[in-house]
Design a protein around this ligand. Structure first.
Ligand code: AMP
Length: 283
């Protein structure tokens, strides 16, 4: 497994790959879990070569404490990636990715980057769009692998790929969950025991939204019941509960006439001082 730190080394590695070999790319912020590894496995299955980046991107954090407390475990990550059969790891320093500082380029996707997560985390998706653009220019993969767990992120990146004519196939993989339904996340290690025990309530809330949808309830009633269910979890502070069109992320005010309209439920909530997000495609 080739370990690459600088953009110059990465370019050299990339240029020396056989031209016919397809390259799959999995961007991560490290502190890897099975969810990340499922993306690596999918990349392995669909590409001849796989590269994973590990970079805690400062421009996508809106709070310094979240950036500083983000779990970092490089040695363990490298072992997991070696076992997963990764061909190369790119783990640059901040100065490698932003040698001219972080303020020179801003990528805004109006209506998308400022909705839902973007309301609570201003600037988050501008940071995500910027770092993914930079990484794609360096890695130049054929396929990009991302998790459905960060649903809004996948919509932002799909739009970015279209707008910039970036010739990369976006592959979105299902959310891996713990046995009790909690979506795997690097932030879960920060949950204390009581919060961890309550955290699967978020997924149960999404499942209830799905059931309510299929019984024909109105979007407003579904959202209200979900909000009430979250508020009933001790110590839970809901940030948002959304029922949206899965492509545009526009809130559904009425049930669409067309049963083929793709619908997703999204939520974010604070539990025990940790902000958790989850989603479920419900139609
Ligand atoms: P992160 O390191 O949190 O930036 O995540 C890197 C990639 O892993 C993103 O595409 C995430 O959507 C994906 N990911 C995170 N958690 C999961 C999960 N539980 N199941 C599947 N993919 C995930």
């Amino acid at each position: 497994m080739k370990i690459i730190q600088s953009p110059a080394e990465l370019r050299e590695w990339r240029q020396n790959l056989p031209p016919e070999a397809s390259l799959g790319f999995v961007p991560t912020m490290g502190a890897l879990h099975q969810g990340h590894l499922s993306l690596v496995q999918a990349a392995r299955a669909q590409s001849q070569l796989v590269i994973v980046s590990i970079f805690v991107n400062p421009t996508q954090f809106d709070r310094a404490d979240d950036l500083n407390n983000y779990p970092r475990q490089l040695q363990q990550d490298l072992t997991l990636l070696q076992e997963a059969g990764c061909d190369a790891i790119f783990f640059p320093q901040v100065a490698d990715v932003y040698p001219w500082g972080t303020g020179r380029l801003h990528i805004n996707l109006p209506g998308l980057s400022d909705a839902w997560e973007g309301v609570s985390r201003p600037g988050h998706f501008a940071g995500v769009a910027l770092v993914v653009s930079k990484l794609l220019m360096l890695v130049q993969p054929q396929r990009l692998f991302m998790g459905q767990k960060d649903f809004q992120q996948t919509v932002v990146i799909r739009t970015l790929l279209q707008e910039l004519f970036i010739p990369v196939e976006l592959c979105i993989l299902p959310t891996l969950r713990e046995a009790d339904g909690l979506a795997m996340s690097s932030r879960n290690v920060r949950l204390d025991a009581p919060a961890r025990a309550l955290a699967p309530g978020l997924y149960r809330c999404l499942q209830a939204m799905q059931t309510d949808w299929h019984t024909g309830m109105t979007p407003a009633d579904i959202r209200q019941r979900a909000m009430d269910a979250l508020l009933a979890i001790p110590g839970c502070k809901p940030d948002y509960v959304a029922l949206t069109h899965a492509h545009t992320l526009q809130s559904l005010e009425q049930r669409p006439d067309d049963a083929d309209t793709p619908v997703v439920a999204l939520l974010a909530a604070w539990l025990g001082g940790v902000r958790l997000i989850d989603c479920l495609v419900i139609q």
